[in-house]
Design a protein around this ligand. Structure first.
Ligand SMILES: C[S@@+](CC[C@H](N)C(=O)[O-])C[C@H]1O[C@@H](n2cnc3c(N)ncnc32)[C@H](O)[C@@H]1O
Length: 227
């Protein structure tokens, strides 16, 4: 009798833990996506659809993307990028993992989105303050807490004049200390959500709502405007 296949969720967690234990906080993404392409792991955050809070933002805001550009941070398998492209934005979506980019291209063969491999900590210079819309969903929280301030700064730096930033993240109570969080993920406090703002990137809306996964899990949807 053959051995039963290992639980893909267990495989994902083990891949993450091995990288983090080797002080390689982003290496596990490529290992996970490449194992998923081989069918030996699953990507736990791959919803097969755009994030519900991004859909909600799009329904409420009714943005017209024609003639505008958008950047999707840590785009994974591409579902959020496709929603934004469908709103008319000229959309670029990037991920540090080449296998994630390959999966996104495979998932969306007729896409108008430019899927590229890039590192949020060293983005192409031409992206700086270049986009009318920047979408960040669950990338910052996937990074250890000590890396989050640098990641947050880079997310904001890609928003062009008059542009909008939308951030969606799991929420953590402000009184829960950093060392009580065993990530990944490392959900964001309200203070961390507020820290995306700068004097000319104003926080204009922040909403906390329960996750469909259970009322004890809260999520942020925040919007910022570059003046
Ligand atoms: C938790 S996943 C979320 C993916 C997607 N945004 C979603 O919500 O489905 C975090 C993503 O960020 C990517 N990522 C992590 N560090 C990154 C970095 N430094 N630069 C670009 N992408 C990164 C990972 O490869 C992964 O696809």
């Amino acid at each position: 009798m053959s051995e039963p296949a290992e639980d893909p969720d267990v495989v994902s967690r083990r891949i993450a833990r091995e990288s983090l234990d080797q002080d390689d906080p982003t290496g596990w993404f490529e290992r996970l996506y490449s194992a998923a392409l081989d069918g030996t792991a699953v990507v736990p955050w791959d919803r097969g659809a755009a994030h519900p809070l991004l859909m909600e933002w799009a329904e409420e805001s009714q943005p017209d993307g024609s003639g505008k550009s958008a950047l999707i941070v840590g785009a994974g398998t591409g579902w959020d990028a496709e929603l934004i492209a469908d709103l008319g934005y000229d959309t670029t979506a990037f991920d540090i993992s080449p296998s994630a980019v390959e999966a996104a291209q495979r998932n969306h063969p007729d896409s108008t989105v430019r899927y590229v491999t890039a590192d949020l900590f060293a983005p192409p210079a031409e992206w700086q303050r270049a986009f009318d819309l920047v979408i960040e969903i669950y990338t910052v929280q996937a990074l250890p807490i000590e890396l989050q301030p640098a990641a947050i700064k880079q997310v904001g730096e890609q928003v062009g004049p008059g542009g909008t930033l939308v951030v969606i993240a799991a929420a953590r109570p402000d009184d829960r200390p950093d060392d009580a969080v065993e990530g990944p993920p490392w959900p964001l406090t309200r203070a961390t959500i507020e820290s995306f703002a700068t004097p000319d990137l104003r926080l204009i809306q922040v909403i906390q709502s329960p996750s469909p996964a259970g009322p004890t899990i809260q999520r942020w949807r925040a919007e910022y405007l570059r003046t």
